[in-house]
Each structure stands twice: as structure tokens, then as C-alpha cells.
Ligand binder design. Structure first.
Ligand code: DC
Length: 227
């Protein structure tokens, strides 16, 4: 039976590490929706496109519409492609994350990416992680989880992740970036970060990604077999 697992939560909660592990355990596809917002943000940065305010009409909005119409985003085999080019190695920088957060507040940006995300869900069983998966992209998902952790723990993890990619950023800066982005993501008008109805909350302080993944995989297995 085809099913969808929705995983939402703030940045650094471990969503992507955990979701990837769950996908492996269950033998289903993994969709990193944040990577799509980041890939689009990379294009916005590269093309030096000024973002309009949400619902603003006029020149900036027109330019963004034109950019969106001329942009192809595709996720395949755990890689993210922007206009046919694999940009997986370029989307993790903090500047790209900030523009991803700012542009994700725009309804036209969300409309484009949500449509692509829903296509994945039509085809096969998938675990998708993001901010609005259980509340908006797949509100009918059979399994919904909300992963979170204390801001300090999330900043610690994010800092390690960036360090592995060769970026050594002070803890205080990572923490303030995380807090700023979470505030913006949770307070925007369109599809903000929220705990979806029916979602199970999982606080990941003090538990490993493997343990969190086992918890989710077990819930899904129990649901699928009815045991
Ligand atoms: O999960 P992430 O840090 O890679 O996501 C980057 C930004 O993209 C995040 O700050 C908000 C936005 N985003 C979103 O609005 N909706 C999603 N489903 C996923 C990400």
C-alpha cells in the first residue's frame, strides 16, 4: 500500500538525518523539501533578484514570476537539480538558508514548489520533511510527526553539520541564525511552521537519530500491518 510520512519541525531538529534513515529502514523514497527552497534561493542569489514583500504587486513581483517560470527544480536519488545542474553541494551555506526562509514566505514560491512535492507523493510511498508537510503539502498523510529539540541542541547540531562542510561558524552566530529563521518560518502568513493536526511530537534532545528513526519506522510498520 502506498503511504506518506510527513515530518515537520524547526531547523536543526534532525529532520533530514532521521527521515533519510527511516526511508532506508522502510525502503521508501525520501523527499527533502527544504533542499527545493534552498535550490531556488541559490538562483535568486545568483541572479541578484530582489524579493517582493508577500502579496506585493509590481516590478519586483513581475521579475520573480519570470524567474519562477524559467526555473526547473528536480529532486532525484537524494540530489537536488537546479535547471538540470546538480547543486546539492552549494545549498547548505547560511546565506542560502536565510534567502530560502525569506523567499519561502512568498505565495508564488510555495505554489511552485508544493506542486512539485505533491507529484512525488502521487507516485510512490514517500517520507517528506519540511515545515508544512503535514499541514499543507500532504494534509491527508497517514503518518505525521513533529520533530523538535531545544534551540541550543539544534544550534550545536547545525554547527557540527556546517563544520563537516568546512564552515567554522561561532556557536552564538549559529544559534541566533536558527532563532531568526525559526521565528520567520513560524510567523509568516502562508503555510507557517506548525504542528499539524494529528502529528506526533518527538523531542530529540538526548536521543540519537537512529533511535528517533526506529521510533518512526516502528509506528509506520505497526500502522501498515495493523499490529
Ligand atoms: O529545512 P531547511 O533548513 O533546509 O529549509 C530551508 C528553508 O526553507 C526554511 O527556513 C523554510 C523553508 N521551507 C519551507 O518553508 N517549507 C518547507 N516545507 C521546507 C522548507
Amino acid at each position: 500500500m502506498k503511504y506518506i510520512v510527513a515530518v515537520d519541525g524547526p531547523s536543526g531538529a534532525g529532520k533530514s538525518t532521521v527521515s533519510k534513515l527511516v526511508a532506508e529502514k522502510l525502503g521508501i523514497a525520501y523527499l527533502d523539501t527544504g533542499a527545493m527552497y534552498r535550490a531556488l534561493a541559490l538562483k535568486i542569489v545568483n541572479e541578484k533578484t530582489d524579493l517582493p514583500a508577500p502579496f506585493e504587486k509590481g516590478e519586483k513581483a513581475g521579475k520573480l514570476e519570470a524567474l519562477l517560470a524559467d526555473t526547473e527544480i528536480e529532486e532525484r536519488d537524494g540530489r537536488i537539480f537546479l535547471d538540470g545542474r546538480d547543486v546539492s553541494g552549494y545549498i547548505r551555506m547560511p546565506e542560502v538558508a536565510m534567502i530560502a526562509s525569506a523567499s519561502s514566505a512568498l505565495p508564488e514560491v510555495r505554489a511552485k514548489l508544493v506542486a512539485i512535492q505533491r507529484k512525488h507523493g502521487e507516485r510512490w510511498s514517500v517520507i517528506a520533511d519540511g515545515r508544512d508537510i503535514g499541514s499543507n503539502v500532504f494534509p491527508g498523510a497517514k503518518y505525521k510527526f513533529y520533530l523538535t529539540a531545544s534551540p541550543e541542541e539544534r544550534a550545536r547540531r547545525r554547527r557540527l553539520e556546517l563544520k563537516e562542510k568546512g564552515l567554522d561558524i561561532p556557536f552564538e552566530k549559529v544559534l541566533s541564525d536558527i532563532n531568526e529563521r525559526d521565528y520567520a518560518d513560524a510567523n509568516r502568513k502562508v503555510n507557517p511552521l506548525t504542528v499539524a493536526e494529528g502529528a506526533e511530537m518527538l523531542v530529540t534532545d538526548g536521543i540519537s537519530a537512529e533511535q528517533a528513526a526506529d521510533f518512526i519506522a516502528e509506528k509506520v510498520r505497526a500502522g501498515e500491518t495493523g499490529s
